[in-house]
Design a protein around this ligand. Structure first.
Ligand code: 13P
Ligand code: ZN
Length: 271
């Protein structure tokens, strides 16, 4: 059996959480990641028959029975994952009852998965119906996106359109736009269900005045999506209180989408 600390998926989690921390997206314990792993990749490092302990999830994830995830721990700091992965990360498998997580590795100090597991697993269930390749759900608190929540109307079409106008490549990276949930209490099944519902149409969902969710087939894709939204929000925040002399026009956004062959939200274009 190989040493799990050398597993590519552990390395990727260490690198991604460190990058997110250094971008200022994950203060203190802010943010969480869940990354679905293939059984055969984990079997090289762990005995899949050895369950360390079981932890109830508090919701039904029947669609994910038998699926494995590496998940950041609740209350854990992204800053510390690289130095101490075994206490800050865990590998869980959804048990046959659909409502229990079997811990196969990690959370060694007695911890457990993120409090946002409902939003993560419910999002995995809903996104995999749209794209079976989806494996990553990422949540964080990016500074400029959050700042923009306070000064821009929280209307999905208007918010998306503003972001598209901030960088030429935005409409190519997130042609499906940005979904927005109103402020809600976090860490429960209700916000999880609402997030998963939005994820039927969007790969990026903003939790108003809280943060953002992004998904992807791998960590890079989810990170890149959030990074692009955050960059656009940063440009918006740098320019929104100054006279705007130039802008990307709607016909140019349309030209871009057509040139890159992306299926964009046409109803989000005309503002
Ligand atoms: P956790 O520490 O439980 O992952 O929560 C962090 C967070 O961002 C809540 O929304
Ligand atoms: Zn959060």
């Amino acid at each position: 059996m190989k040493d799990i600390l050398t597993a590519p998926f552990v390395e990727e989690m260490k690198e991604t959480t460190a990058n997110m921390y250094h971008w200022g997206w994950d203060e203190r314990n802010g943010g969480n990641i869940s990354y679905m792993l293939h059984e055969n990749e984990v079997a090289e490092y762990l005995d899949l028959n050895h369950v360390i302990r079981t932890i109830p999830t508090g919701f039904d994830a029947t669609d994910l029975i038998g699926k494995l995830f590496i998940v950041t721990g609740t209350g854990k700091y992204f800053k510390n994952v690289k130095r101490d992965p075994v206490n800050n990360l865990g590998i869980i498998r959804i048990a046959q009852d659909g409502t229990t997580a079997e811990l196969l590795w990690g959370y060694e100090d007695g911890g457990k998965f993120t409090s946002e597991l409902p939003a993560h697993l419910m999002t995995h269930m809903s996104r995999r119906k749209v794209n079976p390749e989806n494996r990553v759900v990422m949540h964080c608190h990016p500074t400029h996106t959050l700042a923009m929540n306070f000064v821009h109307e929280l209307d999905e079409a208007k918010f998306t359109h503003t972001l598209w106008q901030m960088c030429t490549e935005c409409i190519v990276v997130f042609p499906d736009g940005v979904g927005i949930l109103p402020w809600m209490l976090c860490g429960n099944n209700t916000i999880g269900e609402a997030t998963a519902e939005k994820m039927k149409d969007f790969r990026v969902v903003i939790w108003a005045l809280h943060g953002i969710y992004g998904v992807g087939k791998d960590l890079d894709e989810a990170f890149g999506l959030i990074e692009t939204v955050e960059k656009a929000a940063q440009i918006y925040m740098l320019t929104c209180n100054r006279p705007q002399i130039n802008t990307i026009q709607n016909h140019q956004l349309q030209e871009l989408a057509e040139a890159f062959g992306v299926n964009y939200r046409k109803d989000f274009l005309n503002f």
